[in-house]
Design a binder for this molecule. Sequence first.
Ligand SMILES: [Zn+2]
Length: 227
Amino acid sequence: MDKPEKKEKPARKPRESILVLCAHSDDQILGLGGTLAKYSDEGKRILIIIFSYGEKSHPWLKKKVTVKMRVKESQDAGKVIGAEKTIFMGIEEGRFSEDIETKGIHEKIKRLIEDCRPIKIFTHSSDDPMPDHGAINKFTIDLLNEISYAGDVYAFDVWTPLKIKERSLPKVYIDITKTFSRKIEALKCFESQWMSMISLLWSVYYRAVKNGFKSRCRYAEVFYKIR
Ligand SMILES: [Zn+2]
């Protein structure tokens, strides 16, 4: 009996990765939760790096909430939007530049970028008034320059609208009409912060609608393409 011919397996295309670098445990959802859910639906791998647990610079984050709880909430929120991994760097707030040096963060992230080869990287905007956000922007841009990163880099904002310095950069609107409800669902994972976050929720809706209006869809998120 003839042996059945071995069929050549079609080469599987590696999944494209999207990387987010942000300061605090909820920035990624507030800034681009809808966009991340959309990319995840398209089959992309979503990797999120959170530098600190966040308790000082966001007035709605309560200090007494334990780190463990904050990590769990971020990971739950990550699951809602389809993130593959949410990684914490454990930096203390207000000590960004010192901790980045001493905790080997620079090397860790460099290796991670080399391993997962993201096609797009998202980070805070350079004109974000929160110092930790600005510090992450600077760190990211310096690192990407150093490794001559060739993918696209986008800036997002958390509460304050993008403007000022980066006004001349191309703006990109992402239609999140289909995933907006998952962004809200993901925000609800921050149970320990929920009572204070709920008072700010109008702004999440307002911005999604305003950006949606500008890009002729129901809900949208906006980014600046920084390189
Ligand atoms: Zn933040």
